[in-house]
Structure formats: structure tokens, C-alpha cells
Design a protein around this ligand. Sequence first.
Ligand SMILES: Cc1cc2nc3c(=O)[nH]c(=O)nc-3n(C[C@H](O)[C@H](O)[C@H](O)COP(=O)(O)O)c2cc1C
Length: 263
Amino acid sequence: MTNMDAINKRVSQRAFLNKKLDKDSEDKLRNLVHACNKKSGLDMQLICGDPKPFSSKFKTLGRFSNVNNYIAMIGYEDDELRKEKIGWFGEYLVLEALKMGISSCWVSGTYAPSKSACLMYDDEVMECVIALGYPAEEDTKVTTAFNKVMSVKNKFVDSSKEPEDFYETDKDRLPRWFIRGIDAVAKAPSAMNRQPVYFKYFDDKLTIGVDEAYETDLIDLGIAKMHFMLAAGNGSWESGNHAEYIIDRLRPVEREEGLSEEE
Ligand SMILES: Cc1cc2nc3c(=O)[nH]c(=O)nc-3n(C[C@H](O)[C@H](O)[C@H](O)COP(=O)(O)O)c2cc1C
């Protein structure tokens, strides 16, 4: 499965089979989490066989079932880029997990963080978790009901967006890599499905930003940056809010024009 397959296939999964993660997949995920921590300075922890944060129907609003595994998304209090990095590396892990047949859901509100078996120091913060497991059929019902509530709710917040709603530009013709990137951002998960990121593309300079109106906005920013980068395939983001996209001029033109979808 390519990154694009994973981006297109991913949906938030809230009901899982009561089944342990396959040993090879668990090892592989643990190694990826470790590598991402080394690169980012985060302290993300893969916790398996710990249903407690999701065992209260009150906390989970009855939305989740059989969540036995999750990644605790932990970073240091004094790390100003903590939330964005959690979004960026977390979404990378979400897509890699999906390639192994493991579904997921980002969760920042509907769980009990204090019940988690993760080990945290005083100067650390757990921003959210990513629930992981093998998808159960019954999720369709839960998800459909949840999405219905969300779509009603979003009429009062910021309704589900079309790709064109994400950007402003002075360009008459948009490059293909940009369109591909925006399409992938429209498919990205975001807290309460608010999709808070917006792009400005003027004078050949592309930036991405959020208003930071909600605590999760910077996590959503990191997630959107990851989707865009994987789909556009011709560069990467500087770090921070309102950051610029830097095109890697050394990449082959085919890649820039999106003719090669291979990884
Ligand atoms: C940072 C973040 C926090 C989230 N928190 C929750 C949550 O607490 N409970 C929940 O059921 N879903 C949560 N979600 C999942 C979103 O509701 C979901 O991504 C959104 O509705 C879009 O649906 P999709 O992921 O299926 O595309 C969260 C997503 C993100 C990115």
C-alpha cells in the first residue's frame, strides 16, 4: 500500500475487534515510534493491552469499543513545537499502521488520560492518544451515527470543506502537486472535523496556517502538513504556524508533476 492509498483509505475507526496486535506489527510499530521519538524529541508511547482509558462509557460517550491499544502522544511542556510535531509524527504512524492493516482514531477528548498505563515525567504533557486495532464491522453504525452528529454540528462550526475552500491564491493555473496536496489535506483527520488549516499561495510563496482558536489546532496543522507533503511529493514544510512550503528543486520533474505515484 502506498502513502496515497493509505491517505485515501483512512477513516477514524472507533470499534475494534477484541484481538491482540499481531506480534510482527506490534514490533514494527514500536520501532517506528522509537525512531520518531529520536527524530522529534517527543516521548510517544505505544501501549498495548490497556483498555482502561476507554473503559468508561461516560468518558467515551459510548462511541468506542475494544480499544486495547493506543499510542500516548506525549511531549515536553517547554517544547513550543510539541503539538505540531505530535500531529506530524502521529499521522505518519497512523498511515504506517494502516499499511499493516491496523485502523486508528485520534482521540483528544473522549477518553480518560489519567487511567493510562503510560509513564510520564512532571515536565511532560499528554496531548491526546491514537487508538489502534483491527476494525470491527459494527463500527459502520457508530461512525455513521457520529458523522451525522458531526455534520449537523459542523453547520454551526466550519462545515466539511471542499478542497477549494482551503486556499487563497493569485494564480490562474494551479500546479498539479499543489492540487494533489490540497486534496490530501481535505481527507485528513481533524478534531471535531473542523478542518482549521488554510493555505495562502501568492507570488509563488505557499504558506499553511491555523488561527489557534482551539487547543487542537496545532495538532491539526501537523497532520495537514504531513498529508500535503506526502501527496505533493516535491518538497517539505518549514516548522511552525504560517510556515512556508519549500520545493526541493533537485527532485525529478516527473515527481513534481505527479507522473510517478510510486514511493
Ligand atoms: C487531534 C484530534 C482529536 C480528535 N479527538 C477525537 C475525540 O476525542 N473523539 C472522537 O470520537 N474523535 C476524535 N477525533 C476524530 C475526528 O472526529 C475525525 O478525524 C473527524 O470527524 C473526521 O473524520 P475521519 O477521521 O473519519 O475523516 C479527533 C481527531 C483529531 C485529529
